[in-house]
Design a protein around this ligand. Structure first.
Ligand code: ATP
Ligand code: MG
Length: 200
C-alpha cells in the first residue's frame, strides 16, 4: 500500500464485507432452520394490547432517535390472547420496519403501525410513505434472496432474506403476511395472527 489513505480505504472495504458475510451467515442459518422446521419456538399466551404497545414503544423510541416519524394506533376494541414467541415476532416486525427505513429513509418518512381485529385474527399493518414497489415486482418480495435493486442494496448490507425470514416466522405462528404497494406512494405490510379463544 503506497499511502495511508489507500490503506484506510481498503481496510474499510474489508471490514464492510466482513460485516456483510457475518450477517449473511446469520440470516442463512436462521432461514435454513426455519425452512427445515428445526427452529425452536417458545410460545406463550400473551395479551395482545400490552405486547404490541411495548413492542411499538421500543420501535418508536429507536426511530425517533433517528429523526423519523413513527405512529402507532391501537384500534383493537377488546383485548385478546395470542400464542406467540415474543422474540421471533419481534424479529419479523424488525425486518419489515427496518425495510421501511432502509428503502424510504428520507427525512419525510412516516411509518404508521395499526392494530385491529379481523374476524378471528388480529391484523397489524405497517405502512410507509417510501418509494413503493412496482406491481410486477411485488409478487416476488417474499422470495429468498429477491432484491429489487441488487446493486443499490449491496451498499445497504442486504442479504435479501429479510422478508423470507419474516414470512417463515409469521407462518410458524399460523399467521399470514402480505404486502400492498403503490409506486411513489408507499408500501403496506399486513401481519395477521390467530386470536386464541379465552380459557375458562
Ligand atoms: P435484508 O432484509 O436481508 O437485509 P433486503 O432488505 O434486500 O435484504 P428483503 O427485506 O427480503 O431483502 O426485501 C426484499 C426487497 O423488497 C428489497 O430489496 C426491496 O427492494 C423491497 N422492499 C422491501 N420492503 C420495502 C419497502 N418498505 N419499500 C420499498 N421496497 C421495499
Ligand atoms: Mg430487508
Amino acid at each position: 500500500m503506497d499511502s495511508p489513505e489507500k490503506q484506510k480505504k481498503y481496510l474499510k472495504t474489508i471490514y464492510q464485507n466482513t460485516v456483510y458475510i457475518d450477517r449473511l451467515i446469520d440470516d442463512l442459518f436462521l432461514f435454513s432452520k426455519l425452512d427445515l422446521q428445526k427452529l425452536d419456538f417458545h410460545f406463550e399466551l400473551v395479551q395482545t394490547k400490552a405486547f404490541m404497545n411495548d413492542l411499538m414503544e421500543e420501535f418508536k423510541f429507536e426511530l425517533e432517535e433517528r429523526q423519523y416519524r413513527f405512529v402507532y394506533e391501537d384500534n383493537l376494541e377488546a383485548d385478546c390472547l395470542i400464542n406467540i414467541d415474543r422474540k421471533r415476532l419481534h424479529q419479523a416486525f424488525r425486518n419489515i420496519i427496518g425495510n421501511a427505513v432502509k428503502y424510504g429513509g428520507s427525512r419525510d418518512l412516516v411509518i404508521t403501525v395499526c392494530l385491529r381485529e379481523q374476524e378471528d385474527f388480529i391484523a397489524v399493518t405497517v405502512e410507509d410513505n417510501g418509494p413503493g414497489i412496482s406491481e410486477e415486482k411485488l409478487p416476488y418480495i417474499f422470495d429468498r434472496f429477491y432484491r429489487i435493486d441488487a446493486e443499490r442494496t449491496k451498499d445497504l448490507m442486504s442479504t435479501g432474506l429479510g422478508l423470507a425470514i419474516a414470512k417463515e416466522l409469521v407462518q410458524a405462528h399460523r399467521g399470514r403476511i402480505s404486502a400492498a404497494s403503490k409506486e411513489r406512494a408507499g408500501t403496506c405490510f399486513t401481519i395477521s395472527l390467530p386470536i386464541c379463544p379465552a380459557r375458562g
